[in-house]
Design a binder for this molecule. Structure first.
Ligand SMILES: NC(=O)c1ccc[n+]([C@@H]2O[C@H](COP(=O)([O-])OP(=O)(O)OC[C@H]3O[C@@H](n4cnc5c(N)ncnc54)[C@H](O)[C@@H]3O)[C@@H](O)[C@H]2O)c1
Length: 363
């Protein structure tokens, strides 16, 4: 791809101005690398609300009207509902814009191929942002593991509890998109939020050769089925095995500035372990990273463990990358396909009675 000129900010449009806009926008505030030139959402209230902060930006009800306006644009923050990712992102790439897309990339491999084809055909970059890879406690966990401080890795697990009370308000319209997804077997725990957990597994220990899953269901009411309790286990190509336990606790309260998701990661080595105690919510009130080795516990008290910061750092990384092309995209579209394959392998395994499935072979 041709990189942007160094001497001016990245002219960006935000497409989709819903709940997650509040965090994606953090990378653009007070950032001389970027200029917000357009805002797109069919909802006039959303447009008016968001435009208060960017009075010079033009606003449009649709991508087509933005394109027809002739506004010069380099890139787009795609914050569309998941049900619109594939078509919307292809449309934006076809207009010649680089796209920083929210996860999940899309629901199936055929859509992913279509999206990558559009990026290639237009010589544009499609990034599927993964903000969890910018969470400082997870970064430190990775560094500790790679330093050999806990010895050779013998295994790891992740835990996630979807909690019913606490956190910020989520508009009912956001749940409606998720209910559409539930109908086609792409649940809110395993596929939507789970996308992040599967991403961290790939990021920590590399490609996966086998996945076994037991995906459950909790019926919450008409049209609302939560894909928990669920257990997924897997083996990386390097022989490390991981597991993820997904549960739903509808009446539990969790203190959180964002979604009510209680999460942890724990890696065990030959002579110690390293554990990240929380991420999105403020579940375990201990230092966000603890490392035990040879009889001693070390606690990290000064890491930036505000989940919101991950969006700021991920977005800034993207804006720098557009100018320099330096470093990994976190994620490139191809890497996002690996995450998708991981999820699809879990579905295939569960449907076939929890047999082992090679994610490289799902179709
Ligand atoms: N990284 C994370 O942790 C994280 C967290 C939450 C959501 N997300 C992702 O962010 C995306 C948006 O989620 P959200 O929670 O903000 O959803 P939301 O429902 O709150 O907002 C979606 C917005 O898109 C608008 N929209 C609908 N059709 C449109 C169109 N054709 N063109 C432009 N705008 C349109 C809606 O009016 C709404 O304002 C989803 O892909 C979701 O999976 C990621």
């Amino acid at each position: 791809m041709s990189f942007l000129p160094f001497n001016r900010p990245v002219r960006t449009a935000f497409v989709g101005l819903g709940r997650i806009y509040d965090l994606n926008i953090l990378a653009y505030r007070d950032n001389p690398d970027a200029e917000v030139v357009a805002l797109v959402d069919p909802d006039p209230d959303r447009r008016a609300q968001r435009q208060a902060e960017w009075p010079d930006a033009a606003s449009f009800p649709s991508i087509a009207e933005l394109a027809a306006s002739g506004i010069e644009l380099d890139a787009v923050e795609s914050l569309l509902p998941i049900t619109m990712h594939a078509d919307g992102i292809v449309e934006m790439l076809d207009h010649g814009w680089h796209v920083n897309a929210q996860k999940p990339m899309c629901n199936d491999l055929a859509s992913a191929r279509r999206m990558i084809k559009a990026a290639d055909a237009n010589d544009r970059v499609l990034r599927v942002m993964e903000n969890y890879l910018f969470y400082e406690p997870l970064h430190k966990l990775k560094a500790v593991v790679e330093s050999g401080e806990i010895g050779e890795v013998v295994g790891y697990h992740m835990k996630m509890v979807g909690v019913g009370n606490g956190g910020w308000d989520v508009p009912f319209s956001s749940f409606e998109y998720q209910m559409e997804q539930m109908k086609i077997g792409r649940g809110i725990m395993v596929f939507d939020d789970g996308w992040h957990k599967l991403s961290t597994a790939l990021w920590l220990f590399g490609p996966i050769r086998e996945v076994r899953a037991w995906i459950g269901n909790t019926h919450m009411g008409p049209g609302v089925d939560i894909d928990a309790p669920t257990m997924i286990v897997w083996e990386h190509e390097n022989g490390v095995r991981g597991g993820w336990d997904v549960t739903c606790a509808p009446d539990m309260y969790l203190r959180s500035d964002y979604y009510t998701n209680d999460e942890r990661w724990e890696v065990t080595g030959y002579h110690g372990y390293a554990r990240v105690n929380r991420c999105t919510g403020r579940g375990i009130q201990q230092p966000s990273l603890e490392v035990y080795s040879a009889g001693e516990m070390r606690s990290y008290h000064a890491l930036d463990d505000d989940w919101g910061s991950t969006f700021r750092e991920s977005g800034r990384h993207w804006l720098r990358w557009l100018h320099s092309g330096e470093g990994p995209l976190l994620w490139s579209a191809q890497e996002a396909v690996d995450v998708l394959r991981f999820a699809l392998a879990a579905y295939e395994s569960s449907a076939a009675g929890s047999v082992g499935v090679d994610p490289r072979k799902v179709s």
